[in-house]
Design a binder for this molecule. Structure first.
Ligand SMILES: [Zn+2]
Length: 104
């Protein structure tokens, strides 16, 4: 377990302005996307792991308003979560990846 890097290997997907989803603790060496790459629903972006501060493999999924790791996810009526399910909101962009392994 890495106590300095809480989120481990992370991919952040931009769905639209102020709507990002974050996928953390991904398995080392499994991130398959690059920054700026366009992805669709169903695109594999990496595999579940326990990189970072994670005692066991799990996907840390978060919807947030900014592209930064560690961004707060406001639990309020202003949460952007519902925007993910709008009709036509299927294509997104990879906003950021961290700690990608060499050779991908
Ligand atoms: Zn977690």
């Amino acid at each position: 377990m890495n106590l300095k890097n809480n989120w481990g290997n992370t991919v952040i997907v931009k769905h639209q302005d102020h709507l990002y989803s974050k996928y953390s603790h991904l398995k080392q060496g499994t991130i398959t996307v690059k920054k700026g790459e366009k992805v669709n629903a169903g695109t594999i972006i990496g595999y579940v792991g326990n990189s970072g501060r994670s005692p066991y493999p799990h996907l840390h999924f978060q919807v947030q308003r900014t592209p930064w790791v560690g961004s707060k996810n406001p639990l309020s009526s202003h949460s952007p979560f519902h925007l993910l399910f709008r009709k036509g909101a299927r294509t997104s962009f990879i906003r950021n990846t961290q700690n990608r392994s060499k050779g991908i």
